[in-house]
Each structure stands twice: as structure tokens, then as C-alpha cells.
Write a protein that binds this ligand. Structure first.
Ligand SMILES: NC(=O)c1ccc[n+]([C@@H]2O[C@H](COP(=O)([O-])OP(=O)(O)OC[C@H]3O[C@@H](n4cnc5c(N)ncnc54)[C@H](OP(=O)(O)O)[C@@H]3O)[C@@H](O)[C@H]2O)c1
Length: 291
């Protein structure tokens, strides 16, 4: 199968390339190699490579920066997916597109199902919602749209940022009143391949099992990293409230996703986030980061 992966140097893009099934003819394009919002560039790659499947891991994910640069966020998160979807329609290719738990406002206190009303609080969430709607409008039953939450890998996201800070900061203050499900990028990559291979049409949710606040996640990263010898020791980690750490972007207080339909379809159970965290950090090893 000929597969185009976009945004291939991001944390999910790398994990997707690492998990490509045997027999895949993979074209992995970084942002520099393919800007998904540039119609002519997308047309050229489709003409040259003729993909049967496209997995879109490209996005503007810097939630704070998106508030200051909404046009840039919209270009990557809304225009880009629409351009890709139109190209897929023209070529008869399947599109698997990735979206986010940040399309929800976080007022719910039980996991969000795919039918729950989206009400994003931030520019990032709003532009991602426009992108997923554009993909579904353009492609109907010829796409999978997969919302994931709190993605991390040893090479990117919150875990990598925390590990770097823990090596130098005297103390870390981390928000304890936002709750979600930390989700390892390699696991999501496997799910995206499985849904794509099955041509599972429609909207799907994926996250690792269990729930955590950012504070819980940071404490677990410290404990696992010290246990694995990745850190000699960790600085004190202090729980703070969202109000104590003002940000430009509002974030949902609760954004756990109900992933049971995806688990049933694929006949698998998401690992608990803490188990996946341990395995992710152990695989990275003291020498550095892998996807
Ligand atoms: N990170 C999370 O916590 C999280 C949570 C839920 C869902 N998601 C979703 O998961 C997907 C993957 O996220 P990630 O964490 O892997 O993000 P990431 O590490 O930031 O990777 C995104 C990649 O997309 C590239 N990109 C940005 N604009 C582009 C454009 N116009 N054309 C082509 N490439 C472009 C970026 O390149 P530059 O760095 O050069 O801009 C980067 O390499 C996204 O759809 C995201 O919304 C992420």
C-alpha cells in the first residue's frame, strides 16, 4: 500500500513511520518537504507518489502560540486538512486525519463520546474542529477522523519537556486541576494504522486508560525517570491551580475521551497511561529519545 504521512518530523509523524506495517511503500514528508496548506505542493506530491492512503500528522500544536497567530494555526489545522481531503477525493485515496480532545470545553465529568457536543475554548481547538469538519464534509465515508488526547513521546510533548526541565529547574510548579489521559504517541500510531488498514469510516476517539492531572503526570515522569536512571534525582514538584498559572489559551478542565468503540472495533485494550509511560521511557533509554 502506498502511504503518504504528513508532518513526519513531529512526535506522531515519527511514531507513524516507525510503526508502518510490512509491505507499506511510505512517503514521509516533513513540514519543509510538504506544506499541507499549499494546494500546488499537495497536487505535486499526489501526482508524483499517487498515495492510496494519507495519514495527516501535520498540525500547528503550540496551543499558546495559536492565540497570538490564529492565521497560522488556521492554515495548518483547518486549510491544510481541507486541501489534503480535496486531493484525496480527487485521487480516490483514504484520509486518516488526527484531531484533539481540545475540541471539548471540559465541563463534562465523564469521558467524552464521539457524539458529545464540541465547544472548543482556544484558537487551537477551534481550528482543529474546523479541520475535522472540513475533512468529513469533503470525504464523507472515505475518511477516519481520530481524536486523541495529551500526546507524548520520549522525543516530544509534555514528557520530553518535563524531563528536560527536571535536569535543571530547582522546582517545578504544575497545574493539578486539569485532568486528561496521557497517551503515548507510539500507541496512537498503531491505532491509526489499524483504523486506516480497515478503512474504518467516521469519527473515533483514542487515549490511554486511566486519568491524571498534569501534576500527576509530571510526578510519574519524575518517578519513572529516576527509577530508570534517566535522572539522578528530580526537583520538588508543586501542584498549582490553573488560576495560579495564567495562559493566553483556555484549556478544558476535563478532557478524557471515551475510546470504547475503537477498542471494540480493533479488539484491543488501551494500556494504562502509567504502564505506557514506563515502557516509553525505558525504550528511550539513558542515551536519548526515540518515538
Ligand atoms: N501534542 C498533543 O498533546 C496532542 C494531543 C491531542 C491531539 N494531538 C494531535 O495529534 C497530531 C500530531 O501532533 P504532534 O503532537 O505529533 O504534533 P507536533 O509534534 O507538533 O508535530 C506536528 C508536525 O506538523 C508540522 N506542521 C505544522 N504545520 C504544517 C503544515 N502547514 N504542513 C505540514 N506540516 C506542518 C510541524 O512542523 P513545524 O514544527 O516545522 O511547524 C510538526 O513537524 C495533531 O493533529 C495534533 O493536533 C496532539
Amino acid at each position: 500500500m502506498r502511504v503518504l504521512v504528513t508532518g513526519s518530523s513531529g512526535q506522531l509523524g515519527r511514531a507513524l513511520a516507525a510503526a508502518a506495517p510490512a509491505g507499506t511503500v511510505l512517503r514521509a514528508c516533513t513540514h519543509a518537504e510538504l506544506d499541507i496548506a499549499q494546494e500546488a505542493a499537495v497536487r505535486a506530491v499526489f501526482a508524483d507518489f499517487v498515495p492510496e492512503l494519507v495519514i495527516n500528522a501535520a498540525a500547528f500544536t503550540r496551543v499558546e502560540d495559536a492565540e497570538r497567530s490564529p492565521e497560522d494555526a488556521a492554515r495548518a489545522n483547518a486549510t491544510g486538512p481541507e486541501v489534503l481531503a480535496a486531493a484525496c477525493r480527487g485521487a480516490g485515496a483514504w484520509l486518516t486525519h488526527v484531531s484533539t480532545d481540545f475540541v471539548f470545553d471540559g465541563r463534562q465529568s465523564h469521558p467524552y463520546g464521539v457524539g458529545a457536543s464540541a465547544a472548543p475554548l482556544s484558537v487551537y481547538g477551534r481550528t482543529k474542529l474546523v479541520g475535522e469538519s472540513a475533512v468529513r464534509r469533503e470525504l464523507g465515508e472515505r475518511c477516519s477522523v481520530v481524536r486523541a488526547s495529551w500526546l507524548y513521546s520520549a522525543a516530544g510533548g509534555f514528557a520530553a519537556r518535563m524531563l528536560a526541565l527536571m535536569k535543571s529547574a530547582p522546582e517545578l510548579r504544575v497545574v493539578s486541576d486539569q485532568v486528561g489521559a496521557p497517551t503515548h504517541a507510539a500507541g496512537l500510531a498503531g491505532v491509526l494504522w489499524a483504523l486506516s488498514v480497515r478503512r474504518a469510516a467516521g469519527l473515533w476517539h483514542w487515549c490511554d486508560s486511566g486519568v491524571a492531572s498534569w501534576y500527576d503526570f509530571a510526578v510519574a515522569i519524575a518517578e519513572e525517570a529516576v527509577h530508570l536512571g534517566l535522572l539522578a534525582g528530580a526537583p520538588p514538584i508543586v501542584p498549582i491551580g490553573t488560576a495560579d498559572y495564567p495562559t493566553a489559551a483556555a484549556r478544558p478542565a476535563y478532557s478524557v475521551l471515551d475510546k470504547r468503540a475503537t477498542e471494540r472495533l480493533l479488539a484491543l485494550t488501551a494500556p494504562h497511561w502509567r504502564v505506557a509511560l514506563r515502557a516509553t521511557l525505558a525504550a528511550a533509554g539513558p542515551g536519548g529519545a526515540r518515538p
